[in-house]
Design a binder for this molecule. Structure first.
Ligand code: CA
Length: 329
């Protein structure tokens, strides 16, 4: 996935931040948060001439608007209206600056880190809900698996780890999240400014009302938690209704499979296997409470890491995929 060097951290943070919500029974996936008909740029609501609100006096926002007008032919009054409605979110700033997510890596990983991480995702609820998600979407998953050459259990497991099968897609307005990250934080401001640019292009291309899409505090959207740049390059309209909607199960399934395919997934090839003893070439070490685990990893493991550059993340996806596949048999 494009720009994933930055996405990884935010997605890991998201996964951790959402762990406490995993029992939320609400499923948001059948309520598209977008209006795929209106072209907001031409509605009276968006004809404000001057920038008002939180960012009224922000030179960087004014410069960004100018860039979007010159580079992408957006209407200045439209963007002034839009950014007059944007809100600075303090919790987004706190999360982005939280040292547990983005601080310097400890010299020695904490003992048992893998065990604790694994307990969040390899649960009875994840396995059972994965089997149910697979059954409920059997046709789309089968079609995506064949079309893109991706093992179906990995499509299911990614969606399970990212959003607990659509239950935790996030509730933060993407416009607010990306505006805050671009203009009120420092470390990844450039990356988030580009994502904000992609978000506005995405809303125009897809006919989304830009205040409606919601997602993670870091701007990731839908069941597979795609950033706007990834949405634009990798999302697919898998149910052929004329719109790419990653809050919609079939489109999310097709888009995750497309992502794997574009990053070199080799169907039916191994992902990882545990080995005895210490590290060998092409192996990783995971810190469990009872001592280190060593795993030989294959190219498909690295494909999962393209989604989120963490050994623990990729191993959780792998083990959840295998557990769901076993339970489904
Ligand atoms: Ca669609």
């Amino acid at each position: 996935m494009k720009n994933t060097g930055y996405k990884h951290l935010s997605k890991l943070a998201l996964a951790l931040a959402l762990t406490g919500c995993a029992s939320n029974p609400a499923i948001h996936t059948d309520t598209p948060p977008v209006n795929a008909v209106a072209i907001p740029e031409h509605t009276p609501e968006y004809q404000v001439q001057a920038l008002t609100g939180t960012y009224a006096n922000s030179l960087p926002v004014q410069n960004f608007i100018r860039h979007m007008v010159l580079e992408h032919s957006f209407s200045e009054s439209y963007l002034n209206s839009l950014f007059s409605k944007a809100q600075r979110l303090d919790y987004v700033i706190r999360l982005e600056n939280a040292p547990q997510y983005h601080g310097p890596k400890p010299v020695q990983p904490k003992v048992g880190g893998w065990t604790r991480y694994r307990q969040q995702f390899i649960t009875e609820a994840h396995i059972n809900n994965g089997v149910a998600f697979w059954s409920n979407n059997a046709d789309a998953i089968q079609k995506a698996s064949v079309m893109y050459g991706v093992n179906p259990e990995y499509i299911v497991a990614i969606i399970g780890v990212e959003t607990f099968f659509g239950r935790n897609v996030g509730k933060t307005r993407i416009l607010d999240a990306l505006t805050t990250l671009a203009f009120d934080t420092q470390r990844r401001a450039k990356f988030f400014t580009t994502e904000l640019e992609n978000f506005l292009l995405m809303t125009r291309e897809e006919g989304y009302e830009p205040l409606k899409p919601v997602g993670s505090w870091a701007g990731a959207m839908g069941l597979g938690q795609f950033m706007p740049s990834s949405f634009r390059t990798l999302a697919v309209d898998f149910n052929n209704d004329g719109h790419r909607n990653l809050w919609d199960q079939p489109d999310a399934i097709g888009s995750v499979a497309h992502y794997f395919s574009q990053n070199g997934w080799q169907k039916n090839m191994p992902v990882a296997e545990q080995i005895k003893g210490s590290r060998e070439p092409s192996s990783i070490e995971l810190s469990a409470v009872n001592g280190s685990e060593y795993w030989r990893v294959h190219p498909n493991f690295k494909v999962i890491k393209k989604y989120n550059n963490s050994d623990k993340y990729a191993m959780a996806v792998h083990q959840l995929a295998q557990a769901i596949k076993q339970r489904r048999l």
